[in-house]
Design a protein around this ligand. Structure first.
Ligand SMILES: [Zn+2]
Length: 283
């Protein structure tokens, strides 16, 4: 089974996670820029973080045979902090860089006017930089948040096939399926969507335009949930081609719209050993 995790925050994960992911077939991923837990108080903290996503984390993933790409954005939560508003002004130079395959994650957290503004402006940036957009839907008031999300996408003029609406569940999938946007599902250990519910949705809606991610971060989460969903699909009677569609071909098709995916094999063992020395600061 080969896996492309379309949404995982590796900055908050360990090298054990990278090893375990590689062992079950994860060969590529996208790390979207997000809220780091501790509020940031200046634009400089964002640019250092963006540089780490484009540089350091990409290098770190490569040591474990995994191709790392990222999405860059001002996340919905921090869009409400006036100290972070000018992050929007530095985004254009990041959206031109290698390895940046989408604008994201954007969208709504509490659906404030500030979030509305940042969301709309970043959809325009996706158009200007010819990139797809990864859109986070709020964990509270999900149905209303998803409807408002789809309205804003429509108003923006960004083609809907360049938009993935993420963190969906049984109550929000229909609206997104009907809209023509990509449907993202985050599979978590004990909240929101799990593997069996995901399989039930795949049975009802099919495999087209479906993206399955682990959304693993610094909270309780599991970066192997993509692979586990593949196993649950096989156990439920899907074949290997279906699994490959959901866990590999779909994310490649969605992010491939950026023209910036790199999916060739990484050099093996010797390079990895050298890389680990660099990671420990021995060279
Ligand atoms: Zn996320």
């Amino acid at each position: 089974m080969r896996v492309f995790d379309p949404h995982v925050h590796m900055t908050s994960r360990t090298t054990d996670d990278y090893e375990a992911m590689h062992a079950v077939g994860v060969r590529a991923l996208v790390e979207p820029a997000f809220w780091l837990g501790q509020p940031r108080t200046s634009v400089g903290s964002f640019t250092d973080y963006f540089d780490a996503l484009i540089g350091w984390e990409r290098f770190r993933a490569a040591q474990f045979g995994i191709r790392h790409h990222c999405a860059i954005a001002l996340n919905p939560k921090e869009a409400n902090d006036p100290r972070c508003a000018s992050v929007l002004d530095v985004l254009p130079r990041y959206l031109e860089k290698d390895g940046v395959v989408a604008v994201g994650e954007i969208g709504f957290d509490s659906m404030t006017p500030e979030e509305d503004d940042a969301f709309a402006r970043q959809l325009q940036l996706a158009i200007e930089h010819d990139l797809p957009a990864l859109v986070h839907t709020p964990h509270r008031d999900k149905a209303a948040g998803t409807r408002r999300t789809l309205d804003l996408v429509k108003e923006s003029g960004l083609p809907v096939e360049r938009v993935a609406v993420d963190h969906l569940n049984e109550t929000t999938v229909r609206a997104v399926a009907d809209s023509g946007a990509w449907m993202g599902f985050s599979i978590y250990p004990d909240t929101k969507m799990d593997e069996d519910r995901m399989v039930a949705i795949l049975k009802e809606y099919g495999t087209a335009r479906v993206l399955v991610n682990s959304a693993a971060d610094w909270g309780r989460s599991d970066p192997l949930k993509t692979h586990k969903t593949g196993l649950a699909m096989l156990a439920a009677g899907f074949d290997e081609a279906d699994v490959d569609t959901v866990l590999w071909r779909n994310p490649v098709e969605f992010y491939g719209q950026s023209g910036r995916l790199v999916l060739d094999d990484l050099p093996e063992a010797a390079e990895t050993f050298l890389g680990n020395s660099v990671l420990r600061g021995e060279r």
